[in-house]
Design a protein around this ligand. Structure first.
Ligand code: TXA
Ligand code: MG
Length: 330
């Protein structure tokens, strides 16, 4: 595996690698994806193996244009075209009824397929050079934090990926919004930068949120309780709780602040993020990785504000801090 600066030449090489059944990690506006030819079942199997991802967790197929939706999906409702025309290319994935020729290996055995037109020049150039759909989950091991820089992919996947295209740090930093339009009711399956209100404004209709995983048959990895997690136990806490934990002198603690200022000390490594949801999201995963690498006893995350602009962030933090006590370094 090598990290390649993304140029027309290396993007061409990456397209060839995909045609040969290889795995290419590439930048998108949300996080780095681990790509393979979406029409090649053997290549797709390599994605699941590299990520240690159970084969019933479906992948998102990335395409270059709205017109290509019809190469993968059928019975596409007007709502999908409305959203696509308004937002795409965008951090928005559509779950639609799949065409019969779309392999169930990509869709995890489901009769729906997730499709996304990423808003990133390198991803789009790669898609055009390759000329077909690229199946790409986030380029991290299953249940770990998504990579937002090329180096994160190299650190995590090493030689399990054939090529990494480097496009710098991802602009958005949290995964795309997922909307399921495969039934009559539009369902929001994953929070992202495009919010429920954004979708409702364009659709002029209510977008539903499944109230619990047990009530939906859709398998969405992003909806599992433990997901996006650092190895170090992590907890969200308000400022009062933060003080209590910081008074425990025996613990080596990492702190990720949201707007507060706090100095680092011998047993306390502080990384400060501003209380601005865009900048916070952009940096969140990289900072969690930095703290995770220090092998501390605990990561304390200052609770960000509530509100729709913070919904994707609070959702990911909820998952990163779930079951803190059972996580260890081994
Ligand atoms: O921002 C993103 O979407 C990134 C970049 C690389 O595009 N990709 C990403 O992929 O986050 P992944 O595989 O890590 O997450 C995709 C989510 C999973 O939770 C998966 O279960 C869900 O999409 N998904 C895919 N196909 C689906 C389907 N047919 N029905 C329901 N959920 C689906
Ligand atoms: Mg993922």
């Amino acid at each position: 595996m090598t990290i390649f600066n993304a140029t027309s030449e290396t993007i061409g090489q990456a397209a060839k690698c995909l045609r040969d059944g290889g795995l290419v990690a590439f930048p998108t506006e949300t996080v780095y994806g681990l790509g393979a030819d979406a029409r090649n079942p053997e290549a797709i199997k390599r994605i699941f193996a590299a990520k240690n991802r159970p084969e019933n967790h479906p992948l998102i197929v990335h395409i270059a244009s709205v017109e290509q939706l019809e190469e993968w999906a059928q019975d596409i409702p007007d709502m999908a075209f409305k959203l696509a025309q308004h937002f795409c290319p965008a951090p928005l994935a559509f779950v639609l009824k799949k065409r019969p020729d779309v392999s169930e290996i990509v869709t995890g055995g489901q009769n729906t397929v997730a499709l996304r037109i990423p808003n990133h020049p390198i991803a789009l150039e790669l898609l055009r050079a390759f000329g077909n759909g690229i199946a790409a989950p986030s380029a991290n091991r299953f249940c770990r934090i998504s990579p937002t820089q090329a180096q994160h992919v190299a650190d995590e996947l090493g030689n399990d990926v054939d090529m990494i295209l480097d496009g710098g740090a991802c602009q958005i930093g949290v995964e795309s919004t997922i909307i399921d339009l495969s039934s009559d009711k539009p369902m929001l399956l994953r929070f992202g930068q495009i919010t429920r209100s954004d979708l409702e404004t364009v659709l002029q209709t209510e977008v539903f949120i499944p109230d619990s995983l047990s009530k939906t048959t859709v398998r969405t990895a992003g909806m599992m309780a433990i997901h996006y997690a650092p190895l170090t136990p992590a907890m969200c806490c308000n400022s009062n709780m933060l003080v209590t934990f910081l008074n425990d002198k025996n613990q080596k603690v990492g702190v990720l602040t949201c707007g507060s200022n706090m100095p680092s000390t011998k047993n306390r490594i502080v990384i400060s993020l501003p209380s601005n949801s865009m900048i916070y999201a952009q940096n969140l995963y990289a900072k969690l990785r930095e703290l995770d690498a220090l092998k501390l006893d605990l990561i304390l995350v200052e609770q960000p504000p509530k509100g729709e602009a913070w919904q994707a962030i609070n959702d990911r933090l909820g998952k990163a801090t779930h079951n803190a006590k059972s996580h260890t370094h081994d």
